[in-house]
Design a protein around this ligand. Structure first.
Ligand SMILES: Cc1cc2nc3c(=O)[nH]c(=O)nc-3n(C[C@H](O)[C@H](O)[C@H](O)COP(=O)(O)OP(=O)(O)OC[C@H]3O[C@@H](n4cnc5c(N)ncnc54)[C@H](O)[C@@H]3O)c2cc1C
Length: 381
């Protein structure tokens, strides 16, 4: 019997059938254009919103489907399999940015922002990283100083996914003393915001359709209610609370990419002939695929266990870090092997495996580098 994730339901199956059809028919044909333009058009975001694929786990009262994280995972798997260009931008928007507003925003903020994010009318970004502060997030220098009845935000961020299009940016800034306790999160609505400036859309080796930007804040005035949670100094705790889901969604993308790479490579190895037979008949090819298939299945089972725990509200940071580190590490290694089995065609951009190869590499770096994941796991030993 084929393996089926325990978190799948018939209802989710029906949703996915429709969603996959939509992705294949409406969005996949546009992906090459996005890669060339180095950005995804707003219309695609609205289309995803209309399908219920943005913020599905947000309650219906705020425009979502009121589903669990299982639907977020299912959406991500289908996106990675069919239109991988959307994977990083959508996971940041839906699974990373929206939960901050849902969990720490006021009722008025949730009603103002979440329905528009769910419909794709507003695009979300999160700005943690700075030129001088990546892994060491406590070193952030962006500052928000209280002046009269507002906060004044100054600083520079870099590598921000969705930075070019973002209508709403969650910004990590310092409101107090050095270290974790002086950090707070602010929401910046970018439309007409004086003192907000987008830098260039950075030139990357992969993820060509996903825009990545520098952002600048120069004396940007924010009303006090844009401080998430309403209390200064909570930012680091809020970030830590959201990390398991952020890491899990990256692992979901990693395993879906492994499965997708195997599918295209097995097909290719059955068709490609050398020395008078399909290359899958060479023992090296078959054994490589057998080994990688085994790893992908192990990754799938561990990931599904993490998803089930997360749906039950029981996923801890250590397990989420294991999932992010191991699945992304295996993703990169597996895709490298799959590319090798394509021979020279694997190096050609027109073959999906070539794009999977360059797109995979970032997975070991963003969302907390895999070295940081190992530090977290090591601390628990
Ligand atoms: C395409 C892309 C999209 C991104 N999207 C976003 C986004 O939307 N929002 C956002 O805020 N950021 C984003 N980032 C930033 C990303 O999260 C950071 O690049 C990442 O956290 C690493 O930080 P850094 O680049 O400053 O590297 P550094 O922290 O300088 O790390 C350099 C190397 O040193 C290692 N290292 C650092 N500290 C330790 C340690 N204590 N022990 C062992 N090794 C260590 C790291 O693992 C790494 O190998 C994105 C980056 C890219 C490239």
């Amino acid at each position: 019997m084929p393996y089926r994730s325990a978190w799948m339901t018939d209802e989710l199956d029906a949703f996915r059938d429709q969603f996959r059809r939509y992705l294949r028919a409406e969005l996949a044909p546009r992906a090459e254009g996005w890669r060339k333009a180095k950005i995804i058009d707003r219309d695609a975001w609205r289309g995803l919103g209309a399908m219920g694929a943005l913020l599905p786990s947000v309650p219906e009262a705020y425009g979502g489907l009121g589903a669990t994280f299982a639907t977020e995972a299912a959406v991500m798997e289908d996106i990675v399999a069919i239109v991988p260009e959307l994977g990083t931008p959508v996971s940041v928007h839906s699974a990373i940015v929206a939960p901050y507003i849902l969990n720490y925003g006021s009722e008025e903020q949730k009603r103002r922002w979440l329905p528009k994010m769910a419909s794709g009318e507003m695009i979300g970004a999160i700005a943690m990283t700075e030129p001088g502060a990546g892994s060491d997030l406590q070193a952030v220098r962006a500052s928000a100083k209280r002046q009269g009845n507002s906060y004044v935000l100054n600083g520079q961020k870099t590598f921000i996914t969705n930075g070019q299009l973002a209508d709403l940016v969650i910004v990590v800034a310092r409101t107090g003393e050095p270290g974790a306790k002086g950090i707070s999160l602010f929401v910046v609505e970018t439309a007409g915001a004086e003192g907000y400036r987008r830098g260039r859309n950075l030139d990357k080796i992969g993820l060509h359709a996903s825009d990545t930007s520098e952002l600048f804040f120069e004396n940007l005035a924010l009303p006090p209610e844009n401080l998430l949670g309403g209390e200064e100094g909570q930012g680091f705790v809020q970030l830590m609370q959201q990390l398991p889901q952020e890491r899990l969604i990256l692992a979901v993308g990693a395993v879906a990419a492994m499965e997708s790479a195997l599918d295209v490579t097995i097909d290719y190895a059955k068709q490609r002939q050398a020395f008078g037979r399909p290359i899958i008949e060479f023992q090296n090819t078959a054994f490589t695929l057998a080994e990688r298939k085994t790893e992908a299945q192990i990754a799938r089972v561990f990931l599904d266990w993490c998803i089930e725990r997360h749906v039950a509200g029981e996923l801890d940071t250590v397990a989420a870090s294991m999932a992010k580190y191991w699945c992304s590490d295996r993703q990169v290694a597996l895709i490298d092997d799959c590319l090798q089995l394509h021979g020279g065609y694997g190096y050609m951009n027109e073959y999906p495996i070539a794009r999977m190869f360059v797109d995979a590499r970032i997975q070991k770096i963003y969302g907390g580098t895999n070295e940081i994941m190992k530090m977290i796991i090591a601390r628990s030993l």
